[in-house]
Write a protein that binds this ligand. Sequence first.
Ligand SMILES: Cc1cc2nc3c(=O)[nH]c(=O)nc-3n(C[C@H](O)[C@H](O)[C@H](O)COP(=O)(O)O)c2cc1C
Length: 369
Amino acid sequence: MNDVIHKDFLYQALQPILFRQDPETIHEHTLNLLHHISQIPVAGKIIEHVYHCENSALQVQLWNKTFPNPVGVAAGFDKEGKAFNPLFALGFGFVEIGTVTPLAQPGNPKPRIFRLPEDHSLINRLGFNNQGVAALVSQVKNNPPDGILGINIGKNKTTANDSAVDDYETALRAVYDHAGYIVINVSSPNTEKLRALQEQEALHKLIDRLFIIRKELVMQGQPHKTLLLKIAPDLTDETFHDIITIIHEFKLDGVIATNTTLTRNDLRSPSHTENGGLSGAALRTRSTKIIGKLYQEFGSELPLIGVGGVFSGKDAYDKIRAGASMVQVYTGLIYRGPAIAKFIKQELLQQLEQDGFSSISDAVGADFR
Ligand SMILES: Cc1cc2nc3c(=O)[nH]c(=O)nc-3n(C[C@H](O)[C@H](O)[C@H](O)COP(=O)(O)O)c2cc1C
């Protein structure tokens, strides 16, 4: 397989300076900068001109929508919906904001994001720091999205698992009107016991309630919105089986695989002992395997979004061949810079051509044919 890697030389030159600063501070500055840029009308157009690389072979039809390309921004990058339009201008085919909780909360004590440069990875234990769902909704209302906007919902730290369903209901109702699709996040490792919501009884109760609410909203005249489940990469066989049973029972619209991992294997960077979820290159194979397992179970009946260590067209292509219809990027943005969507798209087009596929959908699940 041709492994062409494009480089953003300006970002490569800047990276050592950026990497000397605290990761969370740089992230906040970047989001604020993007937010300010988005207020200047012509700036978005200029960015778009530099970073776009669209091609009809990259278009993906899913959930009655046309995604211009299969490369999205993963949840957590823009938790509060401050910068989704500049992210669209950078050439991403969709952007997922959140995780948002009903009420504002500060998250865990700082520092809580760590770079693992030798491993091209990150560890974070943010714990759903966000301004609450009302603030996120007002951002979206004030800045109509230039593309398909996903909204990822979760529960507040102080809400016990027994009442978690109420938090998800509150968040779902609040974001429903404003989202292109909605993600039920039960897989972040940094909110105590959140991942227990992936187990049979709790997940059944949660999905049941959210599906009832969606039905209610549709009966009241609202459009039918796509509901996706985001899962962890560290599932026991039993929990994986429970999830599969529930997906079958409710005919879920799709799954996002995966969130960050709690496992640590062969890491070289000094920060590898930090607690939290590991993302980036060290997660890549683990998440691709889960995509493959889901695809083998459901085939094309269950659309999958693959996330975990996507840095290049080859990484995206591996996930697509394993069964993902689209992919998302977070840690890759930190290591490859703002041109990553453009690079992945260029590299993906080369891969498709090389293997004789005329579109992304032709390549989905190719490993199992
Ligand atoms: C700093 C940071 C914050 C994150 N916050 C969230 C979040 O709020 N909700 C969520 O579903 N995933 C969150 N994630 C997980 C990412 O969406 C993604 O699933 C994971 O990082 C794997 O992708 P990557 O290897 O491209 O980073 C976060 C990841 C990072 C690195």
